[in-house]
Design a protein around this ligand. Sequence first.
Ligand SMILES: *Cc1c(COP(=O)(O)O)cnc(C)c1O
Length: 382
Amino acid sequence: MTAVPFYRHGLDESYAENVANVLRSPFLTSGTVGKAVEAQLCSFFDVPHAALVNSWTNGAVAVLLALGIGRGDEVIVPAMTFAATANVAELVGAKPVFVDVDPATLLLEPTAVRTAITKNTRAVIPVHLYGQMCDVRALREALGKRSDIAIVEDCAHAFEASFKGDMPGAHSDAAIFSFYATKNVTCGEGGAIITRDAKLFEAVGQSRLHGMSAGAIDRFAKSVYRHWDMLRLGTKANLPDILACLLPPQIATIRDRLPRRAVLARNYEGAFAALPIRMAETIPGTVHARHIFPIHVPPRMRDGMLAALNRRGIGTTVNYRSVPTLTYYRRKYGYGAGDFPVSYEWGEGTITLPLFPSMTEYEQTCVIEAVRECIAASVCPA
Ligand SMILES: *Cc1c(COP(=O)(O)O)cnc(C)c1O
């Protein structure tokens, strides 16, 4: 029996040189390395503005603050996502308005979003779940004349994804990435905001750093002290160079690793096609980032199967249980199992299997065999 980890990052000791270079610099925090990475992101996504942040979550808070979203405002989010997508609305004092997802793709559908819009709606956060992009252009069209509603893409799963040729950031006000430990591009903890909107970018420059006037990040640069002002409320979301220095080689080669992720995903899809397992459908026109590979088994089997896979040394997670049914949201807004039924049902039966570029054929065979045996044992218990 071979243990298969849920995830193995691809950073080796060659990255130590990048860290050593930052150690030789005076401040370790946000500086020239981060600026270079921001330029790299602008060219990768073909956008004029990028801002590194220390997590998706803090980046999204900075964006919502920059958009002036707060008490009395509503932010539409899918019910099937990571809790952080909704939490950021709560954190700025706004109300997350959950919308159920499409049963085939598990993505937020523009028509469903339309039914949740009220006069208080100020933003929608579509989530490119598992690495497949929502149709952001169609979402923009569905918002019609409501140009006061911002679209903020949750691209935590979708760095190298596209839909009909459009990359993240093409049709939104801002797109936000995560460089958390298990993401396709990682520096342990981190993230980035990209935008085409110069005014929003200027405001984010402040809201990601205490609300200080732009350029405060350079305040030590010239060894001449300059007073700074605080122009708006901000958080502390800037990414230090000591972490940013891990990003450039990964961004430069991210597309080279996608074919391996795609092969692993196709292998799983082929192996499970004839079993009582559901998988998310991929829409034509999608370049899928294949961030993670969730399957769905009959809910009564799920927790037993998770335990059986873990006993065999196979790393698994659940992405995700329906966010409105988590205790905090249930208590605050009174949601139950009957609300957002597609998300709830998926969340009760889903298991995420290991998928990472350095996963070997043998490791994947072990996972597939283990899943087959678990299904056989639950369908026909011994
Ligand atoms: C990981 C993740 C986040 C949060 O990212 P952090 O960088 O950990 O804040 C948000 N949304 C989704 C869909 C995620 O998977």
